[in-house]
Write a protein of this length. Structure first.
Length: 200
């Protein structure tokens, strides 16, 4: 079953509660968290979650989380959340928690040469000009407050290009801007194999 299906109002309300719980747990550890990617896109364009999206994304700073990954995992478990992925490398630090089929992806970014960067498991690189992530505004999602980039529209243009037009796809290459997302060799090879299989 595709992850891209329309969520009900009940599901969206549950997503809001899960995201707020994750925020509160991170705040208890004095971690700065910033809504990013599709979560910020939903807030700015839809005034809500994107109804067909399956997860929320939070940006955190590597220097704030590098030594407390295992404590955070324990915090999430104690709060009743399922931790479905954890990895604590400098270039690829993330924790993914899940409740009721909804995932919250917490990713740290490291600062280098004027950018915040991260890599993924496929060797792809993501990078954001540092000015987007150093100045904030407060945004509201489902009645809860979160930090977001002050220049939210500039951030979204960097990540998505034409962010005003919805693109309903699970494939990053269809909706991410090349200035933000640079596929790694493993990712390119996997996409090539998938394209061949679709032709058969």
């Amino acid at each position: 079953m595709s992850k891209l299906y329309q969520r009900s109002e009940y599901q969206l309300e549950a997503q809001g509660k899960t995201l707020a719980l994750v925020r509160d747990l991170l705040h208890q550890r004095n971690i700065t968290l910033i809504v990013s990617d599709g979560t910020l896109l939903g807030i700015i364009r839809e005034g809500d979650f994107i109804p067909w999206d399956w997860d929320a994304e939070l940006f955190v700073f590597y220097e704030e989380v590098k030594d407390i990954g295992h404590q955070l995992v324990e915090d999430f478990y104690k709060a009743g959340l399922e931790v479905i992925h954890k990895q604590f490398k400098r270039y690829n630090w993330k924790i993914v928690v899940e409740e009721g089929g909804f995932q919250v992806e917490i990713r740290s970014w490291f600062r280098e040469n004027g950018y915040f960067k991260r890599l993924d498991d496929m060797g792809s690189e993501y990078r954001i000009p540092e000015e987007f992530m150093l100045h904030y505004q407060t945004v509201v999602l489902r009645g809860e407050q979160y930090l977001a980039p002050l220049d939210a529209e500039g951030y979204l243009s960097h990540v998505y290009g034409n962010w005003q037009t919805p693109v309903k796809s699970e494939q990053r290459r269809y909706y991410l801007n090349s200035d933000f997302f640079k596929p790694g060799l493993v990712k390119k090879s996997a996409d090539f194999v998938k394209s061949i299989l679709r032709m058969k």
